[in-house]
Design a protein around this ligand. Structure first.
Ligand SMILES: Nc1nc2c(c(=O)[nH]1)N[C@H]1C(S)=C(S)[C@@H](COP(=O)(O)O)O[C@H]1N2
Ligand SMILES: [Mo]
Length: 390
């Protein structure tokens, strides 16, 4: 028998809901086609992470599988007529089209991970309530970004390398948060903007950026929290202070465990730039039922611009450790390290645990409670995955 509804509303639940007038006009514009590879935390603003086995299936994440973190609208911009404005302290103001950027500056490509400061927040929620989406271990992805050096563009505008200044970015997306309506903006220190790894990107894995990832232009700041890689870039301003945008001033700051939203002094919060050493198990998933005997455990490890030298995996909650095999890509210092290990598992409930070690011998804290903070940032304790074996 033919289902008349599926004939009429063949585009699926979102279209159905939109026709029924259940979604606001903003949500309609955002509604994405089916994302079966993604765990969608929120439809608007769109926040989604790839399923763990999808994330682990490729060293370079396909653009359609790359996690999406947005704070507001997803602007649908045309490359035609698009102008990027560069200005501020010590500059000759420049207005550059996408073609100007492509034709006037040397092309750069860099393989780099983008990771949200909220990656693995779900573990913090297990300790105590935190605000924000319950990201699992997939608010991280790896791409080969193509574009031009941000430093090259700033130097063309007359900016000197050694100035103790900040580079503020303004973007096109519109955000409603805490009773304020504003456009996204953040800043990074000038030295990081001038560093060779920081680029204005217009491609991801050789394809133009999709609307979700910032078409036509975004900044990629390798090693820093994803929030410092602004999408839908409108302007770049050199100034003597960090951005005064809500995102820079009121969010993405780190507090000690005892501080709450009510007691937080925003002036004392530490601005999150560099990301900490971290690692996660992506296969098997929590709750998996495994067969007795040899099982392969796989995941990623990452440090900020430093090599991962060892990954330890435990099958007994962290009493005994086994050294994992590192799948090296030594030419990609801003990327992640994939690892795998074969473990003999006994018949019982088992807690798989991973921790990474960098080349300074630093490792991750064992317990999330030690680093818990009320907005749930930088969740980087040993990653624990309970499974059963029979
Ligand atoms: N303009 C703009 N840029 C943005 C954001 C945003 O909401 N608006 N989110 C930031 C955050 S918090 C992260 S983690 C990354 C996510 O990039 P992605 O969606 O391409 O993965 O973009 C950053 N850049
Ligand atoms: Mo983020």
């Amino acid at each position: 028998m033919i289902d008349r509804r599926s004939l009429m509303y063949g585009t699926g639940g979102v279209a159905l809901a939109a026709m029924a007038g259940l979604l606001s006009s903003a949500a309609k514009a955002q509604a994405a086609p089916s994302r079966s590879n993604m765990i969608v935390h929120r439809g608007f603003p769109l926040n989604a992470e790839p399923r763990p086995e999808i994330l682990r299936s490729a060293f370079i994440t396909r653009q359609q599988d790359f996690y999406i973190r947005s704070h507001g609208t997803i602007p649908r911009l045309a490359a035609e007529g698009y102008k990027l404005r560069i200005g501020g302290q010590g500059t000759n103001t420049l207005e550059l089209s996408v073609d100007d950027l492509r034709s006037r500056f040397p092309h750069r490509s860099i393989t780099a991970v983008l990771q949200c400061a909220g990656n693995r927040r779900a573990d913090m929620l297990d300790v105590k309530y935190v605000s924000g989406d319950a990201w699992q271990a997939g608010a991280i992805s790896n791409a080969e970004w193509g574009g031009v050096g941000l430093g090259d563009v700033l130097r063309a505008a007359g900016v000197k390398d050694d100035a103790d200044l900040h580079v503020a970015f303004a973007c096109h997306d519109e955000i409603d948060e805490e009773g304020e309506h504003f456009k996204f903006g953040v800043s990074i220190p000038l030295w990081k903007a001038m560093a060779p790894e920081t680029i204005i990107a217009f491609t991801m894995n050789g394809e133009p950026l999709t609307a979700e990832h910032g078409f036509p232009l975004r900044v990629v700041t390798p090693g820093y929290a994803g929030v410092r890689s602004p999408k839908w870039l409108a302007s770049v301003t050199i100034q003597d202070k960090p951005s005064d945008n809500h995102i820079q001033q009121k969010e993405y700051k780190l507090f000690p465990p005892g501080v709450t939203k009510q007691t937080a002094d925003l002036g004392k919060g530490v601005v999150i730039n560099d990301m900490p050493l971290n690692s996660a198990i992506l296969e098997p998933m929590a709750g998996a039922r495994l067969a007795l005997g040899s099982n392969t455990v796989r995941g990623y490890a990452i440090a900020t611009g430093r090599p991962i030298v060892r990954v330890d995996v435990s099958a007994d909650g962290g009493k005994n450790w086994h050294q994992a095999e590192l799948e090296r890509h030594s030419d990609a210092p801003w990327s992640w390290t994939f690892w795998n290990v074969k473990l003999e598992l006994p018949r019982s409930g088992v807690e798989l645990v991973v921790r990474a070690v960098d080349d300074a011998g630093e490792t991750q804290p064992s317990a999330t409670a030690e680093i818990w903070n009320y907005p749930g940032y930088l969740s980087a304790a040993w990653h624990r995955v309970p499974v059963s074996v029979s």
